[in-house]
Design a protein around this ligand. Sequence first.
Ligand SMILES: Nc1ncnc2c1ncn2[C@@H]1O[C@H](COP(=O)(O)OP(=O)(O)O)[C@@H](O)[C@H]1O
Ligand SMILES: O=C(O)C1=C[C@@H](OP(=O)(O)O)[C@@H](O)[C@H](O)C1
Ligand SMILES: [Mg+2]
Length: 170
Amino acid sequence: MIFLIGMMGSGKSTVGRELAKALDYSFIDTDSVIEDRYMKIHKLIKREGIDVFRDIENQVLKDIVATSLSQKIIIATGGGIILRRENREVIEKSSKKIIYLKNSIDSLIRHLQSDNLSKRPLLNTDLNNTLTHLLSERSELYEGLATFTITCDHLNKKALVEQIKQSLLA
Ligand SMILES: Nc1ncnc2c1ncn2[C@@H]1O[C@H](COP(=O)(O)OP(=O)(O)O)[C@@H](O)[C@H]1O
Ligand SMILES: O=C(O)C1=C[C@@H](OP(=O)(O)O)[C@@H](O)[C@H](O)C1
Ligand SMILES: [Mg+2]
């Protein structure tokens, strides 16, 4: 069981899917499970609020871990999953391969600007300030949980998949 953690825009969802293909692992994304069970993330957070979203995210994480039949699975998480202590404990208990995709704010902005920003309701128009604030709250949690940290700046998606594969072999 391999977990990908990191900020919004760090590549967990897209690179995770590619990594799973490359390793012949299955792939699951906590946000996609939430969307299949409920509704689009932005709609859910807008309608129910962030606390309800975090409760659902917590339940989905526990369900994924409890029902995964094989260890050959890549789990892309939502960027805020590390905020809850119980989530960190669940992840730590289930895996020795927890990969933090670490990016500078500039690199996150570059990635997010090429994506649809309205998918991520926690980001407002001042991307730089918002991301800087979120990262300052979260970076210790990412670093503390990770068993591998990969600095992703200047790596395209293909190179990043290769880099993760190398780290997993080491
Ligand atoms: N290393 C990278 N190089 C270039 N673009 C990237 C890279 N990683 C992610 N992206 C792009 O950034 C956007 C956000 O990626 P995504 O996988 O959704 O991140 P996350 O799930 O961590 O929020 C997508 O458009 C993706 O194609
Ligand atoms: O960082 C966060 O708090 C969030 C990240 C999002 O996932 P990605 O990290 O895949 O963008 C999604 O779970 C939600 O919008 C909240
Ligand atoms: Mg994602």
